[in-house]
Design a protein around this ligand. Sequence first.
Ligand code: SAH
Length: 242
Amino acid sequence: MNTPLVEFVGAGPGAEDLITLRGLRALEQADLVVYAGSLVNPGHLKRCKPDCECRDSAAMNLGEQVAAMSEAALAGKRVVRLHTGDPAMYGAINEQIRALAEKGIASRIVPGVSSVFGAAAALGCELTCPDVSQSVVLTRTPGRTPMPKGENAAAFARTGATLVFFLSTGKIDDLMTALMGEGGLSPDTPAAVVYRATWPDERILRGTVSDIARKVEEAGFGRQALIFVGRALDAQGGASRL
Ligand code: SAH
């Protein structure tokens, strides 16, 4: 018998054709798919076999997810855990991998297109521009998960790197205030917010660190959005964007 296995597959940022071929193949062969219903495009599930069981993880706690996946994997079934974007970014996969390992189940990760790259494509810009920024910080504001000491937005801002904030639109006002205050960014530093990148209802707001919070509040964006900050955002020198 093959070693029991769970494949953690990155579904990509939203659009159905932004999953990898490897991820698609895993979905097509799966007997059980546990997917993040609020974030993953349900269209991906159309690729599963008719008898594949698809379960929304939103209705399950960690113990229930691990129980469902391990039972199926130990019965010789093919199991896919479908995550939004790339599983390595805020995917909370470590706790699942550890709990599966305790039951003798191996894990394999299939990378996906993170929303940061779906959103950068929507913005039509490079996040690393010579003479402007050669580093990108992927971070967040604290929520239920506190930030480790030393990892704060203002400190990152002072490096001059392009900043990308996940999970943070609810706190954008305080965040921009911190970036301009302790972070030392000038009020005209470019900022952009991409809502539901690569989905049909994708929206983009552009502005500066001093006005983007107001624009986001007026637009009423939900949580599925990323905040970009830095000079790289307007460094392409007016090159045309579609
Ligand atoms: N693993 C995912 C991130 C999960 S955390 C990835 O690699 O993209 C969830 C956060 O990701 C959301 O709060 C939002 O900040 C961001 N996000 C996920 N999908 C998005 C999308 N299509 N457009 C913009 N932001 C998105």
